[in-house]
Design a binder for this molecule. Structure first.
Ligand SMILES: Nc1ncnc2c1ncn2[C@@H]1O[C@H](COP(=O)(O)OP(=O)(O)OP(=O)(O)O)[C@@H](O)[C@H]1O
Ligand SMILES: [Mg+2]
Length: 1013
């Protein structure tokens, strides 16, 4: 990023000696190799290269974007970027003041700056911003068409002053703008000096418009035909193509078709007016070439008679009477020219108002408050012609004011500040041009005041008398002289010339025309005439024409005073902004890209005060800042000052910071401000700050996030408390309601079973389930408490059995005591010893393919029917896990190989009758078919099916958590050895012991008739 190697030094501050010779050497060397820009600190000195330079393309723009001045070769882009950065970073209005004499390259520089700003803004490509940028750039084409002209110094000389504010929103995107124009040199409309031309607009119309258009305006292509064009040069420049550019610019800026029509018609009307000639015939003033009169009237949309009358006569209102008075030839000529000038001048101002309308910021007033601006000032440069008139006087006065501003800001204020702050300083001498500004503008004594007085006095005041008055009042002024005051000076014409020694050189002004131009009067008749034009746009340009003729109006301010005021306003506007300077220099007067005219350049360097600028700069400091502000901006880069410096004053804090960072050699401490000498230090500070910013942002984000989270947490907690209270309230109401409803449940027959439960609140859903359980338990308890506790297990089994059978079998032994393990009972089983032995064995070994068990829950003798259609007398036991068949019942009780796990049962089938048939269905397609019986194979005296069902169902539920299905029917479908079979219960006469019989694929279970229901 170091400065590139280039011819001479890139900053005059770096010259080994500061004198004119070295300064000129450097400027010359750099000009010769095409390095047209050189800095004096932050001031950019620009040499007009008079050739196209390849240094304004997108590649170069990218190089300068967001860069510090010293990072790249000097360029006007860097100045634009610096101004833009100040605006962006500090939201501070800035301005770029471009000065230099006519042809030095001010307008070009202003366009380059605008192009740069347009290129580096609007990264998001927003339409409105693009539009504004386009309008800003295209407006130049229009301004130059109507406000520029070829002079002897510059083919495209600005003949008006232009100050453009580019407005940026808070994101630093251009969102609007406003152009202020200063004093157009309108005398050029009617008269041009040899070698010069009228405003470009006239040539563009004649040479750019097609025949059809010209016919509309009654115009011919030849400029020579028009008096207002044929006095000076008729050189052809680039107007043919420029005309198209102007028309396109009108479109971009949103000019309406009728507005563009008005503009070109008005331009054409001025040309026709110029050709109007007067003749006195028999003491009456008449217009000799009527065709131009007719055309002018047509184009201005007034009647020929009206126009003719306004050109030849004057309306006078005196004592309530209105009279017409003929002009003499001189008055008529004067009136015609004044009209042409005024028409053009007002048109120009009107065009600018239209441009402003297109670029006006369209946001709200509130938004506008956050906008900042970059002002670009491109004003006519200092100029000396062979004959200088009122216009040159104004232009040169304007340049004096700007030079004064430069002196004020760069030379004077800077030096004064050093003194005020107690910084060691050797004063640098410079020429202060205040004395010249005073010469022109001082109240009562200045030239403008003297001119105004002359214009106001009654009687025939001539330019000659004005010069006399000036001589009388200013004879002691060192910067003013005339032939009367200095009779030996042959350069000055007697009673015509006066000389002002401007900061930029001596200029001899010719007094002729001063009074008239200063008064700038235009007959009321013209104002009325144009106000009444049928062209609404034109009429709008002449609002005073609406005034009643008899009304005496206050004398309007003179042109000089108006200009002086506008300059004072301009200076006030600029003073509010942070200024950046581009000082343009012209290398020669012949527009050559190679000639370096030593004398001419040196002259400009001298009057622009560039050498003094270098000296002040060299001795000075690039940056100063109040201690508090400085600390606020950079405190984050030092551990001693972050987050707050508490060990002393702000000044101490700044000192600690600077010393820690090793910049002590490069700064000085003033009373209230720190002064930093080199840009590098400032840059380093900025860079370190930029590096810290992300950390600070993270820190702030952390704090804010923490704060937000804490706030949300508190809110949540509050919500939870509220919710909890509400839930409790709802639950309590619910429980209260429940309590009310169940108050009498204890005394009801069904212990409140029929009571309708209230709807629980959302939060009470779970509670409801629990309450239901509690209620069920309570109710069960209430029912069961009538029974002794030792009966409860049987009761429980009975309930299970009753539920499973669900009224489908009337007899299921519910009346008797359930003993379960009947085979362990000697009354039932004579071989109970052997039985107990096998049970113990089974218990321990878990034989029969089943797991070991803890307890036998049921046992019985039974008749079993198998897959081979055989029935056999067996016994079986039901443990807590399995059903075991026992073989060899004759007091031996062998266990059989298979057992059936209860959890694997698919269902149980029983009949509705008194028989003791039960089928255990297994998924293995081999169901167990038993009919309970006694040891002697006689039927049991009591029903034990209910008990068996209760026990198996309970165990099944214990093991699986689901209910075992119990089928009740006289026909039982079952599977034996993979075959589907149906057991049909049949009452058979003379049968005492129920038994199975195989019949046609089915199994008949024959029972005594009394068993059937
Ligand atoms: N940077 C540049 N590159 C190329 N040519 C330039 C440059 N600057 C100026 N010129 C040439 O110099 C001519 C005069 O420049 P410009 O119109 O900017 O002068 P000015 O200072 O505005 O003068 P005036 O006070 O008369 O308006 C331009 O028309 C152009 O030919
Ligand atoms: Mg210019």
């Amino acid at each position: 990023m170091a400065m590139q190697r280039e011819a001479g030094v890139a900053d005059f501050v770096l010259l080994d000696q500061v004198n004119m010779e070295k300064f000129m050497d450097n400027l010359r060397k750099r000009f010769q190799v095409g390095s047209i820009y050189t800095y004096i600190g932050e001031v950019c000195v620009s040499m007009n290269p008079y050739r196209q330079m390849n240094i304004y393309g997108p590649e170069t723009i990218r190089k300068y974007k967001g860069r510090e001045l010293f990072e790249n070769a000097p360029h006007v882009f860097a100045i634009a970027d610096a101004a833009y950065r100040v605006l962006k970073q500090r939201h501070q209005d800035t301005c770029i003041l471009i000065s230099g004499e006519s042809g030095a390259g001010k307008t070009e520089a202003s366009k380059i700056i605008m192009k740069y700003i347009a290129a580096v803004t609007n990264a998001q490509g927003q339409n409105e911003i693009e539009r504004v940028k386009n309008v800003l750039i295209q407006s130049n084409a229009i301004l130059e068409t109507f406000g520029n002209a070829k002079t002897n110094r510059n083919d495209n000389s600005s003949r008006f002053g232009k100050y453009m504010d580019i407005e940026f929103d808070y994101k630093a995107d251009p969102v609007g703008g406003i152009i202020t124009n200063y004093l157009l040199e309108k005398s050029r409309v009617v008269q041009q000096q040899p070698g010069e031309r009228n405003f470009h607009s006239f040539y563009q119309l004649l040479r750019g418009a097609n025949d059809n258009e010209l016919r509309q305006y009654d115009l011919h292509k030849e400029t020579a035909k028009y008096h207002y064009l044929n006095q000076g040069s008729m050189d052809i420049l680039t107007e043919k193509s420029d005309y198209k550019g102007t028309c396109n610019a009108f479109k971009t800026l949103g000019f309406q078709a009728d507005e563009v029509q008005t503009i070109w018609r008005t331009i054409a009307s001025v040309l026709h007016l110029g050709n109007v000639e007067f003749q006195t015939i028999e003491d009456e003033m008449v217009i000799s070439n009527k065709s131009h009169l007719q055309s002018a009237a047509k184009l201005l949309q007034v009647t020929e008679t009206e126009l003719s009358a306004a050109l030849t006569k004057r309306t006078i209102a005196a004592g309530g009477n209105v009279m017409k008075k003929d002009h003499d030839a001189v008055q008529a000529e004067y009136g015609k020219d004044a009209l042409a000038k005024a028409i053009y001048d007002r048109l120009f101002t009107w065009i600018i108002s239209r441009i402003n309308r297109a670029i006006l910021f369209r946001g709200s007033k509130t938004q506008a408050r956050f906008n900042s601006v970059i002002g670009v000032l491109d004003i006519y440069g200092f100029e000396i012609f062979d004959s200088n008139s009122f216009e040159q006087f104004c232009i040169n006065y304007c340049n004096e004011k700007l030079q004064q501003l430069f002196i004020e800001l760069v030379l004077k204020q800077e030096q004064e500040e050093y003194q005020r702050e107690g910084i060691e300083w050797t004063n640098i001498e410079y020429f202060n041009n205040k004395i010249i500004c005073d010469l022109v503008e001082q109240p009562h004594k200045g030239i403008i005041a003297i001119m105004d007085e002359a214009c106001l006095s009654v009687g025939n005041v001539t330019d000659d008398t004005l010069l006399g008055a000036m001589d009388k009042n200013l004879n002691k002024h060192p910067h003013y002289t005339s032939r009367q005051l200095k009779p030996t000076d042959k350069e000055l014409k007697h009673r015509e010339d006066f000389r002002i020694t401007h900061y930029a050189g001596d200029v001899i002004y010719n007094i002729n025309g001063f009074i008239e131009k200063n008064r700038d009067t235009l007959y009321q008749d013209f104002k009325r005439l144009l106000h009444n034009s049928k062209d609404a746009n034109l009429s709008e340009m002449w609002p005073e024409g609406a005034q009643d003729i008899k009304k005496t109006t206050k004398r309007p301010l003179t042109a000089g005073t108006l200009f002086q005021r506008s300059m004072a306003d301009l200076v006030a506007t600029l003073l509010k902004k942070e200024p950046f300077y581009v000082r343009c220099i012209k290398p020669n007067d012949i527009k050559s890209s190679t000639v370096f005219d030593e004398e001419r350049v040196q002259h400009q360097v001298r009057y622009l005060g560039l050498l003094e600028n270098v000296r002040v700069r060299r001795a000075g400091f690039v940056h100063r800042q109040r201690y508090d502000k400085f600390l606020l901006r950079y405190k984050m880069i030092s551990q001693y000052t972050w987050p707050n410096f508490r060990a002393g004053s702000e000044r101490d804090g700044v000192r600690v910071l600077i010393e820690e960072k090793g910049f002590a050699q490069d700064v000085k401490y003033g009373h209230t401000k720190i002064f930093i000498r080199s840009p590098r230090t400032l840059f380093a500070l900025e860079q370190q700050r930029n590096e810290m910013i992300p950390h600070i942002v993270t820190l702030l984000q952390k704090q804010v996030r923490g704060w937000i989270a804490r706030r949300n947490y508190k809110k949540m907690k509050a919500a939870i408390t509220i919710m909890r209270a509400y839930k409790t309230y709802k639950l309590r109401s619910y429980v209260q309601e429940l309590a009310n409803r169940f108050r009498n449940a204890k005394h009801q027959r069904d212990y409140g079973r029929s009571i309708q439960w209230p709807l629980p609140p959302l939060a009470g859903r779970q509670a409801e389930a629990k309450l239901h359980r509690i209620f069920d338990f309570w109710r069960a308890y209430m029912i069961l408490r009538k029974y002794p506790r030792n009966e409860w297990p049987q009761l429980r089994l009975q309930i299970i059995a009753a539920t499973a059978i669900a009224g489908r079998r009337p007899y299921w032994g519910q009346q008797r005591k359930w003993l379960g393990d009947y085979l362990a009972n000697s009354q039932d089983n004579s071989g109970y010893d052997a039985y107990s032995a096998i049970v113990t064995k089974l218990k321990n070994s878990g034989a029969g393919g089943g797991e070991s068990f803890r307890q036998v829950l049921f046992s019985s003798f039974a008749k079993k029917f198998n897959k081979h259609n055989k029935q056999a007398d067996r016994a079986f036991i039901v443990t807590d896990t399995n059903i075991y068949k026992l073989d060899g019942i004759k007091k031996k009780f062998r266990d059989m190989d298979r057992c059936m796990p209860i959890r694997e049962l698919t269902s149980i089938s029983i009949t509705p009758g008194r028989d003791q048939l039960i089928v255990f269905h297994s998924p293995k397609n081999n169901d167990l078919v038993f009919a309970l019986q006694s040891e002697s194979t006689a039927p049991l005296k009591e029903d034990r099916i209910g008990e068996l069902v209760g026990i198996v169902c309970k165990k099944y539920h214990d093991a699986t958590g689901t209910e075992l299905r119990v089928n009740v029917g006289n026909n039982i479908a079952c599977r034996l050895g993979d075959k589907s079979r149906t057991i049909v219960v049949e009452a058979a006469p003379n049968v005492e012991n129920p038994s199975f019989r195989h019949s046609a694929g089915n199994i008949i279970f024959e029972v005594p008739a009394s068993y059937c229901v």
